[in-house]
Design a protein around this ligand. Structure first.
Ligand SMILES: Cc1cc2nc3c(=O)[nH]c(=O)nc-3n(C[C@H](O)[C@H](O)[C@H](O)COP(=O)(O)OP(=O)(O)OC[C@H]3O[C@@H](n4cnc5c(N)ncnc54)[C@H](O)[C@@H]3O)c2cc1C
Length: 495
């Protein structure tokens, strides 16, 4: 059979694309190499535990938001814990609860000795106003490029509200902090650095102000904990693709792609057999897509077109992980919770000095043997250090030791009851989710205009599209899914 579209990969970019295409009536097949969906935002089973592989806390689950709308439509019974605080930041001399109530972070910071209260008020007022404008776009994929008459009219009516964005475009967040005279206030600095590192993937000194302002709002934007793990959402979306008469093909790795001009079709060679389609959407990193093309000319064209992205990813991040099975300490909260832990605030928030630790709830018994909870712990590792290290394995083990030390220093209550440990490295992400070199988290959104160079769907050859966290709007499960929806609309038009 000839499909309208083959979607390669059931990460959130591929799921968003396949579901939107299937909802629109296209004949679509979604091929996933693993036996389960979600990629970096999946939940896997090992040794009697159900661990979140990478992502643990998703935004966009609110009723009017993309994930919320999909869940309401396809699996209305999905249980979401609206944790409060969403995250607790712990560093020497500082515990900051990132509460759901807007203003709570500012109030905690303002109550600290020596706090520049006026400056904080101005900084958070500006951040909130900007985030309000940006999240409206993220919540409604139809407002992102490519624009049609309706979206152009939508933006034209709001043109005035976009004016404040212009002066921040391309600037580093640090400069905005300086304008409010808060850049020297260490607790705010640490909070901004910690949020920026896990979202826009760099420190506040480098982070582009608009991306950073949107990221600082994440805990107010339908951010919740999915009971059973983040994979619950990926499973729901996969079922939705089938329900909409799309074909789902798990454990079906795609190996090669070739365009046949005489038929105007893409020939897709996959583990379970060949497929043909008018369009292919690849939920892959650019290098992985290029290496699939059997035609040398096509491959070098794609390499040239996506060269900037590939180079950007070389300078990006991998993740070192610890998946722990833990007996909870006496008096531990029964609900899931998320800790952001910093050993030394003066040092970069990477390589185990800063970890994100997500603890499953006692009310998720399917996730661990009786009496235990799972903890997914991650930290950033600069990929460029890996090949340089004489023994990459030693380097990663050193980072994992640093992660354990940070956990022991900032969350000792959880380290006492560790019963099971499963470490993972960039190599694990390369092997399991097919991310060349183990690059995760997309391109860091550093100051400058490069992040805005390609705001629309990326058609890299006629009928061949790239989705996922390396393309606009970028990192996070929600952003990858939003990009998938936009790409599906563009594919529909082209078909
Ligand atoms: C440690 C860590 C923590 C994170 N925390 C968060 C968080 O808390 N919240 C958040 O929103 N985001 C978080 N992120 C980011 C988020 O997980 C990713 O940005 C997002 O999930 C990426 O989705 P994607 O669609 O780009 O692709 P991926 O998740 O990489 O999915 C690609 C899919 O394609 C499949 N595939 C690959 N090659 C082939 C092939 N040849 N044939 C068939 N299938 C193939 C893979 O198996 C995979 O399922 C985190 C990421 C990491 C690594």
């Amino acid at each position: 059979m000839t499909y309208d579209a083959v979607v390669i990969g059931a990460g959130f970019g591929g799921l968003g694309t396949a579901l939107t295409l299937a909802e629109g009536g296209a004949e679509v097949v979604l091929c996933e190499a693993l036996k389960y969906p979600g990629g970096c935002a999946s939940t896997f089973s090992r040794d009697g535990y159900r661990f979140d592989a990478g992502a643990t806390l998703l935004s966009g689950l609110g009723e009017a938001q993309l994930f919320g709308r999909w869940l309401a439509r396809y699996t209305p019974g999905t249980e979401i814990d609206w944790l409060d605080p969403a995250v607790e930041l712990r560093a020497p001399g500082l515990t900051l609860k990132v509460r759901r109530e807007r203003g709570a972070v500012e109030a905690q910071l303002a109550a600290l000795p020596g706090a520049p209260r006026e400056g904080l008020r101005g900084f958070f007022a500006e951040q909130r106003a900007i985030a309000e404008v940006l999240w409206k776009v993220l919540d409604s994929p139809e407002h992102l490029p490519p624009f049609d008459a309706a979206s152009l009219w939508h933006h034209a009516r709001r043109a005035l509200s976009y004016a404040p964005l212009a002066k921040l475009l391309g600037r580093p967040l640090e400069r905005v902090m300086r304008a409010h005279r808060v850049e020297g206030f260490a607790p705010l600095r640490l909070y901004a650095d910690a949020v920026c590192q896990i979202t826009v993937q760099c420190a506040a000194s480098e982070a582009e102000a608009l991306f950073a302002f949107a990221a600082l709002d994440y805990c107010y934007r339908g951010t919740g904990h999915l009971r059973g793990g983040v994979g619950t959402l990926a499973d729901a979306l996969l079922s939705a693709v089938s329900l909409q008469r799309g074909t789902v093909s798990l454990a079906n790795q795609v190996r090669h792609l070739r365009y046949e001009p005489s038929e105007r079709l893409w020939h897709v060679e996959a583990r379970r057999g060949p497929l043909r389609a008018r369009a292919v959407v690849a939920n892959l990193l650019p290098g992985a897509l290029a290496s699939m093309l059997t035609e040398p000319a096509a491959r070098s064209r794609v390499e040239r077109r996506l060269g900037g992205l590939t180079a950007g990813l070389d300078d990006a991040w991998g993740a070192a992980m610890l998946y722990l099975g833990v007996e909870p300490p006496p008096g531990a909260p029964a609900h899931a919770h998320h800790l952001q832990l910093v050993a030394d605030p003066q040092a970069p928030l990477i390589e185990g000095n800063h970890v994100f630790a997500s603890i499953s709830g006692a009310d998720e018994p399917q996730r661990a043997p009786p009496g235990q909870r799972t903890v997914t712990v991650s930290t950033h590792v600069p990929l460029k250090k890996l090949p340089e290290a004489r023994a990459a394995g030693d380097y990663v083990r050193g980072v994992q030791d640093a992660m354990r030390a940070t956990l022991a220093a900032r969350a000792p209550e959880w380290m006492q009851g560790v019963r099971h440990q499963l470490p993972a490295s960039p190599r694990t992400f390369a092997r399991f989710v097919g991310r060349p070199g183990g690059a995760v988290g997309g391109l860091p959104r550093r100051a400058g205009l490069v992040s805005y160079a390609h705001p629309g769907p990326r058609e890299v050859l006629p009928g061949l599209w790239l989705v996922g966290d390396s393309v606009f709007p970028g990192q996070s499960a929600l952003a990858a899914a939003v990009g998938g929806v936009r790409t599906a609309r563009a594919v529909e038009r082209s078909l």
